[in-house]
Ligand binder design. Structure first.
Ligand SMILES: O=C[C@H](O)COP(=O)(O)O
Length: 215
């Protein structure tokens, strides 16, 4: 299973979370990746944790003030990137351009989507993975795998029908080992989560609980 911890813009210590992720990942077969703010990428990557960007822009080197350049993300230690997160929705053409930018420097890509129909569209763009997240469950602590298991199964089927090589993750409200196990049973090969770790009093303990089924 792939576990992607998105730190969003939460007031956590990205290095402490990354150190915990690197340590806990060593105890399991899971890969635990951490997606910090862009400015924290290098510090997070230096911990040895698998490091993802939260976004890269559909641009090359040039006059693009405020953009997130794929080359810069890669040079600061990231090996992958989220795209089109529910809190950073992009137009289809921009997602496609961001995928090109990520491919240019060899970043793995996870394109987020709200529902199975969008998952099919995202899969058609050729990312490494897609992640289905019902927006209404994000940050609620109510796991998608319990609240809406059908959306996960349908997303897996939708991606499979378009491109079987695209991995399918699910996210929203996931925080425990039971949630991860349920996601796996629904056909997801990874989970995307944020508040369950980034807002936990003890992120290391939260990660240990999360991957307990994989130890
Ligand atoms: O990127 C992570 C997702 O938006 C899920 O967030 P959450 O785990 O706080 O529900």
């Amino acid at each position: 299973m792939f576990v992607l911890v998105n730190l969003k813009a939460y007031p956590c210590d990205p290095v402490a979370v990354a150190e915990a992720a690197a340590d806990v990942a060593e105890q399991t077969d899971a890969t635990i990746a951490v997606a910090p703010q862009s400015a924290d990428l290098a510090r997070v990557a230096e911990t040895g944790a698998t490091t993802y960007a939260q976004h890269v822009s559909p641009v090359e080197h040039g006059s693009h003030t405020g953009s997130v350049l794929a080359e810069s993300v890669e040079a600061n230690g990231a090996v992958g990137t989220l795209l089109n997160h529910s809190e950073h929705r992009r137009k289809l053409a921009d997602i496609d351009g961001s995928l090109d930018a990520a491919d240019r420097v060899g970043l793995d890509t996870v394109v987020c989507a709200n529902n199975p129909e969008q998952i099919a569209a995202a899969a058609a763009l050729g990312p490494d993975a897609v992640a289905v997240e019902p927006p209404e469950l994000i940050g609620t602590g109510t796991p998608v795998s319990q609240a809406d298991p059908g959306i996960v199964e349908d997303a897996v089927a939708a991606a499979e029908a378009v491109d079987p090589s695209v991995d399918v993750y699910c996210g929203a409200g996931i925080s425990t080992g039971d949630d991860l196990e349920a996601a796996r049973e629904l056909g997801a090969s990874g989970v995307l989560l944020a508040s369950g770790v980034a807002k936990a009093d003890d992120p290391r303990a939260a990660l240990e609980d999360l991957v307990e089924p994989l130890v």
